[in-house]
Design a protein around this ligand. Structure first.
Ligand code: NAP
Length: 498
């Protein structure tokens, strides 16, 4: 048991989707695994009227829906309290403080508080200002703010939000969630890189020709049309998750595994991103929006026909880009990234393509040697595949591709912990390594703003890819003009091995 796991967690937005689907089940899993002490309590905050009993019932239902019926749910749920509260009303904070102080005393929580903002982002600044003004952050223990994405809409709004939350919390107390950083194989990137003598010497522009990162979804916008139509794939996925993966792949080895050292190496990657000027955007980035098509045998509508989406919408549901990192290690190596909705398959993968060998002794007229690939499977399957060439069994010295695979699901029979579970645990331990520092947020917005400003000014010829495809043809041409192609995701599946 970690000594500082005692905490009062206040969840703002406790009746919402995120709280029910992710936060309550994740807290339960920590409880079940003995990682929470008996000294923890949760106050759920939202506007609707609910009794403590009613809230506890909803917590139990959420956990059961996610994880199945559990024997100790009553014991777990007894730690949950509810306050009906409008976050823009000052009076509510006074009664919230009173409740928090009572619970703190009852459970001996030593004044440790985590404020989790699981609400629409327009409330983040207001809540932080009230927490300070109404005394909720005057504590004897630690105070931490966990804040969901999106962190701003562009650099200016992110700065404004940051200014507001910094009035109540120091940078060390702010935990900006990027749930990709909770994913097992995203966390594995640094171990794969820095714990293997065979990779680190090759991890540079002398041996790697290009890196491809794909995060594709088959889902459309579902019920998130209102939010998504003002956001788009660039802000929703690329500014945060995709650039975070780039930073982990490209960073220098940290001198130690402390939060500061790792984050500062990541920040150096963001500082090295090549700035793309307005007139060059189309050389580096491609946008797309899905038309109608077939997903899993079902006809699906085009984006502009989705609920709460503008019928003339100029919002991109797909983005592909070439990111260049202008430093000594990576000069000349393109990092191609693409992400989109309503694509052929649901998958997040990284493909590291190594340069061709200097001379090919095993050339076959009908087939060149395959380049070596290292594929990191992030989701849905978790694993690693190394593509090599080896002699074909029997006969001549013909080479054929062989794959060495490692699969998490084959090795660990139980599910690896869910991302939110790991991130909540990290926050309770005070480990901010897998949360984004303000500098990372600021640099990534500065990079993305250059693109979004140009796209906002120019009308796109949408829709430009059918649902069920891998995006617009222009995304293929982005690589073709450099002499590369996207490795087909469906050919790269990890093979389960034990
Ligand atoms: P949601 O389902 O719309 O929930 C919003 C919550 O805020 C509800 O509990 C609502 O309860 C409460 N609320 C709204 N206005 C309020 C007010 N004035 N005062 C107090 N409470 C208020 O939203 P969500 O999907 O859970 O998303 C929450 C945050 O997480 C967002 O920032 C979102 O971008 C982020 N996020 C969500 C997901 C996800 O899977 N859902 C994934 C990644 C990030 P009442 O109506 O009872 O007030």
């Amino acid at each position: 048991m970690e000594p500082n796991m005692t905490s009062l967690i206040m969840i703002f937005g406790a009746t919402g989707d995120l709280a029910k689907r992710k936060l309550f089940p994740s807290l339960y899993r920590l409880f079940e695994r003995g990682k929470l002490s008996e000294q923890f309590a949760v106050i759920g905050v939202a506007r609707r009227q609910l009794s403590n009993d009613g809230f506890q019932q909803s917590v139990k239902e959420s956990v059961a829906a996610a994880l199945g019926e559990k024997g100790n749910l009553d014991q777990f749920a007894s730690h949950f309290y509810y306050q009906s509260h409008d976050v823009s009303d000052s009076d509510s904070y006074i009664s919230l403080k009173k409740l928090a102080d009572e619970i703190d005393e009852h459970y001996h929580l030593n004044g440790n508080r985590i404020f989790y903002l699981a609400m629409a982002p327009e409330f983040f600044g207001t809540i932080a200002l009230h927490l300070k003004a109404d005394g909720l952050t005057d504590v004897t223990g630690y105070k931490r703010l966990v804040i969901e994405k999106p962190f701003g809409h562009d650099l200016e709004s992110a700065k404004e939000l940051n200014k507001q939350i910094r009035t109540a919390f120091s940078e060390e107390e702010i935990y900006r969630i990027d749930h990709y950083l909770g994913k097992e194989m995203v966390r594995n990137i640094e171990v794969i890189r820095f714990a293997n003598a065979i990779f680190e010497p090759l991890w540079n522009n002398r041996y790697i020709s290009n890196i491809q990162i794909t995060s594709s979804e088959t889902l459309g916008v579902e019920e998130r049309g209102r939010y998504y139509d003002s956001s788009g794939a660039l802000r929703d996925m690329l500014q945060n998750h995709m650039l975070q993966i780039v930073a982990l792949l490209a960073m220098e080895p940290p001198i130690s595994l402390t939060t500061d050292e790792i984050r500062s190496e990541k920040v150096r990657v963001f500082r090295s991103l090549r700035t793309i000027e307005s007139h060059e955007i189309s050389d580096y980035f491609v946008r797309g929006q899905y038309g109608e098509g077939i997903i899993n045998g079902e006809q699906v509508p085009k984006y502009r026909d989705e609920p709460m989406v503008d019928t003339e919408s100029n919002t991109e549901t797909f983005v592909a880009g070439k990111v260049m990192i202008d430093n000594f290690r990576w000069a000349g190596v393109p990092f191609y990234i693409r992400t989109g909705k309503r694509m052929e398959t649901k998958s997040t993968k990284v493909v590291i393509q190594f340069k061709d060998i200097p001379m090919n002794l095993y050339y076959q007229p009908e087939k060149m040697l395959n380049p070596n690939l290292l594929v990191i499977h992030i989701q849905p399957e978790e694993g690693l595949t190394l593509h090599l060439n080896a002699k074909q069994a029997g006969g001549h010295l013909n080479a054929q591709e062989v794959k060495l695979s490692f699969s998490n699901s084959g090795t660990y029979t139980m599910n690896t912990p869910e991302g939110y579970e790991k991130l909540l645990f990290d926050c309770m331990r005070g480990d901010a390594t897998n949360f984004t520092h303000w500098d990372e947020v600021a640099y990534s917005w500065a990079f993305v703003d250059k693109i979004s400003q140009v796209w906002a000014r120019t009308k796109a010829d949408f829709p430009n890819y059918p649902s069920g495809s891998m995006g617009p043809e222009a995304a293929d041409r982005l690589l073709e003009k450099d002499g590369y192609h996207w490795w087909p995701i469906t050919d790269l599946e990890v093979e389960n091995c034990r």
